[in-house]
Design a protein around this ligand. Structure first.
Ligand code: NDP
Ligand code: 8X3
Length: 252
């Protein structure tokens, strides 16, 4: 992976930031996308200091298809051959039963978790197919495999992400490109703070009294996937805390 070009969406916190660190550690060059560009700048500076990582950061909202297309199209020539795309940007909003939920929240989740994923993949995958190699990793969720109370549209967006990856497997057969869907269980990140719109007390309770996954655990799995030999393709990973058996059963 030395000098390979890795593009990570949602790299400003949590799993995306941890992926940036993990790929920096093995010598990759990084392209980091997120909306909070000041955070990306700081992450890039830290990685440059610690690992001499070459890093490009771009303020991109993955819901904006023109911005996504332009950001990828306008990459400097030596960064255009992307070896790995980590489709990680995503979020949940609320945990209400569907009949009490908000249309605005549902649209934000679909636009980010599904349409953003599709826009990013459309911008990057054709170049990989032309190059005859590349790896597209999508961070979906246990929520896409198992329903839980209030998960409704978030779960639907993640189930769709998983089916998108399954479908891509077929489309890219024979091109040399590899596709992997990663479904984590509970990971201690800013995810719940975003879901509960800044209610840090409620968010902290999600991760109390057991050992959740840390973002670095998921990044470790992602790096393992892309460092298999070229003839080996890991299609699916379900990675859970030891203290979590299903979407709802946690040993607290
Ligand atoms: P965080 O909230 O810590 O990180 C989410 C990242 O997504 C941020 O960098 C955020 O950046 C970015 N993002 C959100 N919306 C957009 C957007 N419109 N355009 C660009 N970037 C965006 O949560 P996690 O690290 O936990 O989440 C990462 C992924 O992992 C998500 O897809 C999530 O659904 C998934 N996941 C999380 C689990 C968990 O328990 N934490 C478990 C299973 C899956 P910014 O706000 O700067 O744009
Ligand atoms: C994030 C994990 O269980 O909160 O996808 O949906 S969960």
């Amino acid at each position: 992976m030395n000098n390979s070009v890795v593009l990570i969406t949602g790299a400003s916190s949590g799993i995306g930031e941890a992926c940036a660190q993990a790929f920096a550690r093995i010598g990759s060059k990084l392209i980091l996308f997120a909306r909070r560009s000041e955070r990306l700048e700081k992450i890039a500076e830290d990685l440059s200091n610690e690992f001499s990582t070459e890093c490009i950061v771009r303020q991109v909202d993955v819901r904006d298809k023109t911005a996504v297309q332009m950001a990828v199209a306008k990459l400097p020539a030596e960064w255009k051959n992307i070896d790995v795309l980590v489709n990680n940007a995503g979020l949940s909003r609320g945990l209400a039963p569907f009949h009490e939920g908000s249309m605005q929240d549902w649209e934000e989740m679909i636009d980010t978790n599904l349409k953003g994923l599709i826009y990013m993949t459309k911008a990057v995958l054709p170049g990989m197919v032309a190059a005859g190699k590349g790896h597209v990793i999508t961070i979906a969720s246990i929520a896409g495999r198992q329903a839980y109370p209030g998960g409704n549209v978030y779960s639907a967006s993640k189930a769709a992400a998983k089916m998108f990856s399954d479908s891509l497997q077929i489309d890219v057969l024979g091109t040399g490109v590899r596709i992997c869907n990663v479904d984590p269980g509970l990971v201690e990140t800013e995810f719940s703070e975003v879901r509960f719109r800044g209610d840090t007390e409620r968010a902290a309770k999600v991760y109390q009294n057991y050992s959740p996954l840390q973002a670095a655990d998921v990044a470790d799995a992602v790096v393992w996937v892309v460092t298999r030999p070229a003839h080996v393709s890991i299609h699916d990973i379900l990675i859970m805390p030891t203290d979590q058996a299903t979407a709802t059963l946690v040993n607290r």
